[in-house]
Write a protein that binds this ligand. Sequence first.
Ligand code: TYD
Length: 207
Amino acid sequence: MKGRWIVFEGLDGAGTTTQVKLLESSLRGLLGDQALIRSTAEPTHGPFGEICRQALKGQISLDRRTLALAFTTDRCQHVFSEGGIEATLDSGGWILQDRYLHSTLAYQDGPDRDWLEALHSIFPRPDLLFFIDTPIAECLSRIRSRGQDQELFEREEVLRSVQAAYQRILEKESVTHRVEILDGTQPAGSLHRQVLERIQSHFHPAG
Ligand code: TYD
């Protein structure tokens, strides 16, 4: 049996990480201890993901194409390596994921768009993609309230172009894949209930 793969996307501060955590705990309750449920994120904590994180923190400076390749290489390992996403799905597991290729297509969008899309043609798509649509001002205020150092893309003008790129990507993906757009201004608990409802209607996980 093949498992289910659910990905959350959104701007920095949109609330994807919280939703992955809430979903993991609800699914464990619904599916029981025997179910294989794995939460994961990109960039990963593998070697290429660490390079991405260093670039995000400004500890190393990478050319934009090099950074796009670093995110994509990290993803390649995440999906295709032994014990990776593909293998987990093949053994019937659930993958709940914070960010995937849509992040590269949105954040690294620009003059290299065709090249990036071609690079991503080999990657499988998730069974369901949630986009948490949170206004930029709200995202920035949440990021500020975390009190951490500002990362590479956590600036208003950058998030504006990322948001436009996401819109284009979501439109395109929704022609061939399941995409659900959720209002990210709702409290985390209400958002989570909607996530569960949409999952129930797509996959009936408990029945
Ligand atoms: P985020 O998901 O918020 O992770 P953390 O909570 O660990 O900071 O941040 C990851 C950042 O990386 C975010 O700004 C989006 C960016 N990113 C890309 O630019 N391209 C990608 O392919 C991915 C996966 C992330």
